[in-house]
Design a protein around this ligand. Structure first.
Ligand SMILES: [Mn+2]
Length: 389
């Protein structure tokens, strides 16, 4: 049996070759997906003026190898991709890594091993995602002939466009967030505390299959609904309160993000005005999210609706952010966002209005950009009737 990990790197560096290997070696599909991710990284290094790369951020390592332990992925010309792990993470890495050799390192051996690998690859410019400054100083002293450069874009260009396997997991993460919102919705009542509502969402999410929360939940009621990241407290829901609920699930590493705003009792004119403005803004932004749309323009569309309603001064954050293995990742859908949306991006659509001492409204879905426009991955109802309890 041919050991695919021992094949020369060049043979693994294009999709076409990988497909040939699939047919020939009959490898399980998942391994091939991973191979093609590292192969794509290797192919992209040249465009970024790099001939080697060290990925140390754990979501990046997980993306390329499937490993959930802390470690260093080394990719360079003329060498097989290698995952260096601490002895603490060795078992988990050997059980989960799908696409490259695994080797352990110790504090005293790591620098030597990296030096050996990069010398062997004849690399001259090596990129990295994130390394501690003190460690980087030692690497540079040890390899003075090489140029080490931080370059996260090379990874983000790839991770921002989700493949079919990732989209399945993200759809499930979305379903889990919806299920949690549904359960929380059934418990909404005057006198219930924010913490109790958060607990309900948490329990439902995990029971349905989530492995973790994607972030710390927000359940902000009454004046606390004006805090965009309110967390939750012992405060009891009072009559007439707005309640902002922002929750998200993690499923096999992938995140979802949903926010709904509820009201205890009937909307008065002002609160209805706020809610409807935010909902219009959310829907208008959704309608222009498609391949080719600039992130800045999409943010502007959402902002214009809120400004027309007279609440522009209270919309204190950007419209959205990318979602994937991390809850906040590129592309940023904001006034500073320089990217254009492309098919396969997953972003949040979450306009909000926050009036100090009074309350706030935010409505958010996780949204996939498809060839034909935006598609929701979170689908809990958004209308005013569903918002009242
Ligand atoms: Mn969000």
């Amino acid at each position: 049996m041919v050991d695919v990990h021992r094949l020369p790197w060049r043979l693994l560096s294009s999709d076409e070759n990988i497909i040939c290997f699939v047919a020939f070696l009959n490898l399980p599909y998942q391994r091939i997906v991973m191979h093609s991710r590292i192969a794509k990284l290797a192919d992209k290094l040249g465009e970024h003026g790099l001939d080697g790369y060290v990925a140390a951020r754990s979501p990046n390592v997980r993306y390329y190898t499937g490993s959930i332990g802390g470690s260093f992925l080394v990719v360079a010309r003329d060498i097989d991709p290698l995952l260096l792990v601490s002895p603490l993470d060795e078992n988990v890495a050997r059980d989960t890594v799908e696409d490259c050799m695994v080797e352990t390192y110790t504090a005293s051996s790591l620098l030597n091993r990296l030096a050996e690998l990069f010398r062997g690859s004849h690399a001259s410019v090596v990129g990295f995602d994130d390394l501690p400054v003190a460690f980087l100083d030692r690497v540079e002293l040890r390899l003075p002939e090489m140029d080490f450069r931080q370059d996260q874009d090379v990874v983000w260009e790839q991770r921002a466009v989700k493949d079919a396997g990732e989209l399945k997991l993200m759809a499930e993460a979305g379903r889990l967030a919806d299920a949690a919102m549904e359960s929380l919705g059934e418990k909404l009542a005057v006198g219930v505390t924010e913490n109790q509502l958060a607990a309900e969402a948490s329990f439902a999410m995990m029971r349905e299959g989530a492995e973790a929360h994607a972030f710390e939940f927000t359940v902000g009621s009454g004046p606390r609904s004006a805090y965009p990241h309110a967390s939750s407290t012992e405060r009891k829901i009072g009559k007439g309160d707005l309640v902002v609920v922002d929750i998200g699930a993690m499923y096999r590493g992938y995140c979802s993000d949903i926010t709904r705003t509820f009201i205890a009792g009937r909307f008065d004119v002002k609160k209805r005005g706020l809610y409807e403005a935010v909902l219009r803004s959310h829907d208008r932004a959704f309608s222009v999210m498609k391949p080719g749309a600039s992130c800045k323009d999409v943010d502007s569309v959402s902002r214009m609706v809120i400004e027309e309603a007279g609440f522009g001064a209270y919309y204190s954050h950007s419209l959205g952010h990318g979602i994937g293995l991390e809850i906040h990742e590129p592309p940023s859908v904001s006034q500073r966002g320089t990217a254009k949306l492309v098919e396969g991006n997953v972003v949040s659509d979450e306009p909000g209005v926050y009036i100090r001492g009074y309350g706030g409204v935010r409505i958010e879905d996780s949204v996939l950009i498809t060839e034909n426009g935006a598609k929701r991955l979170t689908k809990f109802p958004r209308d005013t009737d569903n918002a009242t309890f």
